[in-house]
Design a binder for this molecule. Sequence first.
Ligand SMILES: [Fe+2]
Ligand SMILES: [Fe+2]
Length: 480
Amino acid sequence: MDRIQLISLLLKKGLLVSPETLEEIEKNFDEDIFSGFSSEEIEKSLVFQFNKHNLNEKKEDTKFSVEIIKSYSFEPKKREVSDFVNYFKARYNQIKEILHGRPELQNVISINRGLSKKKNDRVSIIGMISDKRITKNGNILLTLEDPTGQINVLITKNKSLSNLFDEIVFDEIVGVSGVVGDKILFADSLYFPELPLSKEFKKINDEVYAAFIGDIHIGSKMFLEEDFKKFIEWINCNYGNQNQKEVAKKTKYLFIVGDLVDGIGIYPEQDKELNIKDITKQYDLCAYYISQIRKDIKIIICPGNHDALRLSEPQPVLDKVFAKLLWDIPNVMMVSNPSLINIHKTESFPGFDVLLYHGYSFDYYISNVDTIRKGGGYDRADLIMKFLLNKRHLAPSHSSTLYLPLEYDPLVIDKIPDFFVSGHLHKSSISSYNNISLICSSCWQSKTLFQEKMGHHPEPSRVPIINLKTRAMVLMNFGD
Ligand SMILES: [Fe+2]
Ligand SMILES: [Fe+2]
């Protein structure tokens, strides 16, 4: 039976057949087996094969699920001082709840009550760091605040805690234990919220991959179009060696972590470095590339600081007018920055939780935390990501990012993810910390004058790829 006969038989049964399904049926159609069968029986068998294939296809598709757990869409409104007070209260309570989980901080009292305790009484308190300094004698003096008051906390230099000075950042919320002095607490223990050690290392049985890109910066003269085209070719299984093509075939999730376009007026004299000076056209070209990606890949997009949105976090989904063509792509899913996504959930597997954060706050911690700056700064996204995970906050210091004062702090890392994914630094990094995969995407833009001045050394055209079966990560290089 030839192809035309097959199609017409199926059509007679009211079944529209896709080229893929047809190929599958043809492969399984053994003329000899059917010899001697009536045409009605052959039809029945074809219908059975058609249904079997289609059902399999559907079953497979539900395996590649994407569920949005947290994506924010708050509109900015005129804010009063009280909004900021409430916002810090909310943050305090959210982090306090995390700190309460530590056995050492079960019996925490308020700062006000701590101040009224007798000299030499042992107390534990939880407060926000409103000041930190080194005294003349080389001790650490912190000022901690909670909704009831504030207290000075002294950590003497002989204690192992004195190394912590650099690790403590303004406005973060910590726990301390020690003995009461005269309007002061002499602390011997300091607790960051940190991560529980019991995080499960989730894996799946099938070999499926997720890829991570970001900082495409379309519109910039430095956009590395040829490298980006190679990436699109790869994900469509047309580029790379046999092994790389196999990985592409099994890649089912693609995350794009912000800065899709270069934007307009983002940094001084940016227009000299733009070849597309219209924001909609920048997004149109971006959509042109993204629309070429295989439709069986789920694409999850969050914005970054170069996208045409307010900078205050949480940044909402990409603009529906400027980025209309991206919104029109059927396999694209838009989420806010930050956001929490669950992928690959099945009846027997809870899925992987992916925390997406572009990384606008990272610059602050590179300049203000010695261990990060001296440890490699812009080249070491992993150090910043670990640091923030231990603070359980994406931007603990008030001035490290712009934010909306809400009744709930969406930058608190209350649910511990399986993957923490960021971008912004234009240099990729893959590592693992307490069973959390830390992934920073690279970029598709060569060094700008601004980055030159700032002393950055971007490493473009790299793509982190994770194997969900083994959690092994690799970097694929589409550049030189
Ligand atoms: Fe960027
Ligand atoms: Fe950025």
